[in-house]
Design a binder for this molecule. Structure first.
Ligand SMILES: [Zn+2]
Length: 239
């Protein structure tokens, strides 16, 4: 969850046709850091989604004005109205000595984190560039040039750390990332989400056609490298 004062989120705009060309090999890769951290209570204006079986709707938005959120070791344990706080605190935090209480101002809202369902991490330096060209020219003029740079792992580290920090700062607590064609660079993105505690799905990009000769893999290579990528991610999470 994220406290926001202005509710603005920076936009990423990529066309769907490009996505269909290369969005293969997407795998769940990261879990947010769920098992550490101080216990917390937030008090104030809280928006959240909840089941509403009476109306046969999956979710409805609820504004718990004068509400609370209880967080224990980075996990949300309870959300409710202020009058139920003491009971909930006794239930969930009875054994906790050190609880940080944050009281939001009247102008602050606590809302669920944003979920970005489609973000190309390597394209971050190109954010907002290239609206003068149609898709295929845009790929040639801007995209492939930049995507090739991720052979350089130092550059990858710099950009991917920046992407994760920036999206988290804007309230994106979960992201579905398209990483690089290059496996080592893609693993650096995995390191970044683990380091900063963002929940993410990360896929190695697979390009076998319709791209420059030095930015494609054969179908055999791409399957082999994707399997290797999945194994590497699993071992990173296990450790
Ligand atoms: Zn895409």
């Amino acid at each position: 969850m994220k406290t926001l004062n202005n509710g603005k989120k920076s936009g990423y705009s990529y066309t769907r046709s490009w996505m269909q060309m290369h969005c293969f090999g997407l795998i769940p890769s990261s879990v947010a850091k769920m098992s550490s951290g101080q216990s917390k209570i937030f008090l104030g204006n809280i928006f959240h989604c909840q089941n509403d079986p009476a109306k046969k709707q999956l979710y409805r938005i609820s504004n718990e004005q004068g509400g609370f959120v209880i967080v224990k070791r980075s996990k949300i344990m309870a959300i409710g109205r202020k009058e139920d706080l003491e009971q909930a605190r006794a239930q969930h935090l009875a054994d906790e000595q050190d609880v940080m209480v944050t009281v939001l101002s009247d102008r602050q809202l606590l809302i669920p984190g944003f979920v970005d369902t489609h973000i190309h991490a390597p394209q971050y330096p190109n954010c907002g560039l290239g609206y003068d060209k149609p898709l295929l020219e845009w790929l040639q003029a801007y995209t492939y040039k930049l995507e090739r740079k991720y052979r350089d792992l130092e550059y990858s580290r710099k950009v991917f750390n920046a992407v994760v920090r920036r999206t988290l700062n804007h309230g994106t607590t979960t992201a579905c990332y398209f990483a690089s064609l290059f496996q080592d660079a893609s693993l650096i993105l995995v390191d970044a989400v683990l380091k900063y505690g963002q929940r993410a799905f990360i896929g190695k990009i697979n390009m076998t056609t319709l791209a420059p000769d030095d930015y494609v893999e054969t179908p055999e290579e791409t399957i082999k490298l994707t399997r290797k990528f999945i194994e590497s991610v699993r071992s990173k999470i296990a450790n």
